[in-house]
Design a protein around this ligand. Structure first.
Ligand code: ZN
Length: 154
């Protein structure tokens, strides 16, 4: 049984630069040094040219809502207190074939006090809605991507 929110491992060489960027409030994806293909999620080899030479590219963090679901109980205890919450799939502006996951949350003051941001009302989740990434620090080494509706960006 998972009682605490599971957190990602952030010291794996394959994706550590992504987690370091997240702590700085930046969204980065891998960029193949040999052919330039962007890829996400992080992995050691380019699927186009099989190169192991990888760089990282900073993105704007802007995109649009591609899909989503809204989770309701019964859920694992670690997630039940947050319900109902959304899990969204976001298509990134600079790399439309790349989609990342995150929650769409309300804007306003950043959660510097440690309070988690609230999910938006599900009626605001419209496919194609414009979104902007923000990061929520949930542990010393972990900041998770969240998304604000573009109209809600402070
Ligand atoms: Zn490549």
């Amino acid at each position: 049984m998972i009682d605490e929110r599971p957190l990602p491992v952030t010291d794996d060489p394959a994706d550590a630069p992504m987690w370091e960027a997240a702590l700085r409030g930046e969204l980065v994806v891998q960029a193949c040094v040999d052919c330039g293909r962007l890829r996400f999620p992080p992995r050691p080899m380019c699927p186009d040219c099989q190169s192991l030479d990888t760089g990282w590219q900073k993105l704007s963090g802007r995109g649009k809502l591609w899909s989503y679901c809204v989770a309701h109980p019964p859920l694992l205890p670690a997630f039940e207190k947050d319900a109902p919450y959304n899990v969204a799939v976001i298509q990134l502006d600079e790399a439309p074939t790349l989609r990342i996951f995150g929650r769409v949350v309300r804007g306003g003051a950043a959660s510097g006090s440690g309070e988690a941001r609230e999910p938006v009302d599900p009626s605001l989740l419209v496919i194609g809605a414009r979104l902007q990434v923000v990061f929520e620090k949930v542990a010393d080494d972990v900041a998770l991507p969240l998304f604000l509706l573009e109209d809600d960006v402070a």
